[in-house]
Each structure stands twice: as C-alpha cells, then as structure tokens.
Design a protein around this ligand. Structure first.
Ligand code: ACO
Length: 333
C-alpha cells in the first residue's frame, strides 16, 4: 500500500524518546549464555541494550517518550485527538497500551488504539495518522513505538537474547503550516506467507500458556535469523526506493537515512543498495540493540536532537519486521 499525501500536508511537529536506566552490555551477557562480545559485535554491531525495571511497563516508557514529543511540539495532551501506539509487547492483551498512555497523559479528547506490525509499526502508525490528518478527520496525532521486549525473550537462547532491547520513541503530527516541511510519501507492506520466520508462538489464543507448556517458554521471540536477514535487505531497499522515487528525490538529495536498527550488516547493505554514503545513514543500535517498533522512533528523535538534519532537509525512514512487514517514509523536515 503506497501513496503520496495529496490533501493537507502533514508535518512532524515534535519528537521524543525514552530509554530505561539499566544498561546490559555484551560482557554482561557472556555470563548468561554461551556468547562473546566479539561474536555479537561482529555479527550485529550491538554493544549494549537498555532493560526496563521491574514494574516499568511498555506504557510507562511510551508515556515518557510522548511527554518529550508533546513538549517539543508545544501541544497540550488535551489537544490531542488521536493516539496510536505501535507495539508487539503491550502491557496487557486488552485494553490497548494506548489507553494506558491516554490515561497517563490525561489526553481524554483522543481516540487511542494500538497497532501490531513489529519493527515496522511506527511507520505504519505514521502512514495511518498522516492520512487521517490529511483527510481532515483528526488534527493532532501522537504516534509512539514502544517495546518491553525483555519480557518476551528466552534468556537461555543465545540466538535471540543478545539482539533486543527496551525503549520508546514518539512523534506528534499535525497539519503543516506555511513554510513547514511535510511527510511527502509513504509505503507500507506485508507478506503473511512468512509468519513462520519470526514470531512469538505462545501466549496468544492459538497457544495459551498452560501449566503443561509453561516450561517450554513459548511466549518468547523465535526467529530464523538468516532467512529474515535476506528478506530485510530486499524489502527495505525496495520500500525506500519507492518513496524516494515518489518524492522525486535522487540519492544526493537525501540528508539522512534512518533505517530500522536490527543489524549493522543489514544497514550497510541497504546504504550500499541506495547509493547513500555511510555518513548519511543514522546508526544507534550499538547502544540500544533492536527495540522493534521503538527503534525508528528513538533514532528519529536522537538524530533530530543531535541536529543531523534541519528544516528543509529530506530524510528517509525505512523499517522491516515480523509479519513480515516493511515500511518507508520520505519526509521534508
Ligand atoms: N553467540 C555466539 N554464537 C552464536 C550466537 C551468539 N549469540 N548466536 C548464534 N550463534 C552461532 C550459531 O549457533 C551458529 O553456529 P553454527 O554455525 O555452529 O550452527 C553461528 O553462530 C552462525 O549463526 P547464524 O544464525 O547463521 O548467524 P548470522 O550471521 O545469520 O547472524 C543474526 C544471526 C544476527 C540473527 C542475523 O541473522 C540477523 O540479524 N537477522 C535479521 C534480524 C532482523 O532483521 N530481524 C527483523 C526485525 S526483529 C522484529 O521484527 C521483532
């Protein structure tokens, strides 16, 4: 599903992020599973990840990221009319994590719901909310990517536990005013034939946790990494190229590419295929690992606050995740 936003132009008015205090390094994991800092660094680029405290839920992290985005946008919680949380690690199966966020913020004039599109979720939320604002249905939207993946990791499985981290990122969207930049083009896609490559098999209605299966830790992330890797490179390349073309951009027009932060080798392969030099590709996965739906949102906020791009610059956001799902956006800041 792709398209050019053609009605009211929609701008990103503010960004925010939050990482929990506790840092777990590769060295820390060496004492947990049969792994090494060297393997994790060379195979993924990850050096550390943050882990939520006990009692710190996805909604708490989402709320903190949201408060920072709202402050930057200069928008009060009561002026929000839409809140979308993208997450695969909700506080509860129901109600939606977005409802807890609404309550925490006191944003009681907003419609609030979650979407589940794994690592692509934040860009799915951007697509949905920008269309709703563009159509005139909503005015001020808060979109959040937030994950507490540490609750869904098998800490005895070295092939997955070294990869993921917790955190949240947020953005406030509204109709663009004269002279402001806007979201120029978006693309989202899904391939449900590949559900088996990356999933949390247990804990849902298909396989509820019971006293009999509790020991099998089925409510944890399972991944066929090599297969996922190949899909990630081609899908992200194609999705990014689509929005670049729709936005009428050339590689040299792009100030910064913000890709999903799963693996440095995937990011390098994407940069190569998009013909964008590495110094114009944002990387922070060495600090945070893969935070799924939060990754692009955190990276966008960090890059913004570090002034890696300015008003008038073109940036490309591109993500990929379980589903399989993928998404991209071309934004004029
Ligand atoms: N430490 C040491 N050795 C390890 C570890 C570890 N932590 N993990 C795996 N190994 C071993 C394997 O057992 C294997 O050993 P063997 O050859 O004796 O069998 C060897 O290292 C190679 O394993 P591979 O899985 O082939 O390693 P690969 O180079 O493919 O890297 C990785 C694995 C990092 C998972 C990579 O495939 C990857 O990044 N895949 C894509 C991840 C991704 O993009 N996910 C999408 C988003 S996630 C979401 O949506 C929630």
């Amino acid at each position: 599903m792709s398209g050019t936003e053609s009605n009211l132009p929609v701008t990103i008015a503010g960004t925010g992020s939050y990482l929990p205090e506790k840092v777990v390094t590769n060295k820390d994991l060496e004492s947990l599973v049969d792994t090494t800092d060297e393997w994790i660094t060379t195979r993924t680029g990850i050096k550390a990840r943050h882990m939520a405290a006990e009692g710190e839920h996805t909604s708490h992290m989402a709320t903190k990221a949201a408060e920072r985005a709202l402050e930057q946008a200069g928008i009060a919680p009561e002026d929000l009319d839409l809140i979308i949380v993208a997450t695969i690690t909700p506080d509860t199966l129901t109600p939606a994590t977005a409802c807890y966020v609404q309550q925490n913020l006191g944003a009681f004039n907003a419609v609030a719901f979650d979407i589940s599109a794994a690592c692509s979720g934040f860009l799915y939320a951007m697509k949905i909310s920008s269309r709703l604002i563009s159509d005139g249905a909503f005015k001020n939207a808060l979109i959040i990517g937030a994950e507490k993946l540490s609750s869904f990791i098998n800490w005895e499985d070295r092939t997955t536990c070294v990869l993921f981290g917790d955190g949240a990122g947020a953005a406030v969207l509204r109709a663009a005013e004269e002279g402001e930049g806007s979201i120029i083009a978006t693309d989202i896609g899904t391939d449900g034939r590949q559900t088996h490559l990356l999933n949390i098999p247990g804990g849902g209605s298909a396989c509820p946790t019971t006293t009999e299966n509790a020991g099998q830790r089925l409510a944890t992330l399972a991944m066929l990494g090599k297969e996922v890797f190949k899909h990630a490179v081609t899908r992200m390349r194609d999705s990014a190229n689509l929005v670049i073309e729709r936005a009428g951009l050339k590689p040299e027009d792009i100030k910064l590419v913000i890709p999903h932060q799963a693996n440095l080798r995937i990011i390098d392969a994407i940069a190569d295929r998009l013909a964008v030099p590495n110094d114009r590709v944002f990387v922070n996965l060495h600090k945070y690992g893969n935070t799924s739906a939060a990754a692009i949102a955190i990276a966008l906020d960090e890059a913004h606050r570090e002034k890696k791009f300015e008003r008038g610059d073109h940036i490309i956001l591109v993500a990929f995740g379980a589903g399989l799902t993928w998404a991209a956006a071309a934004v004029k800041w």
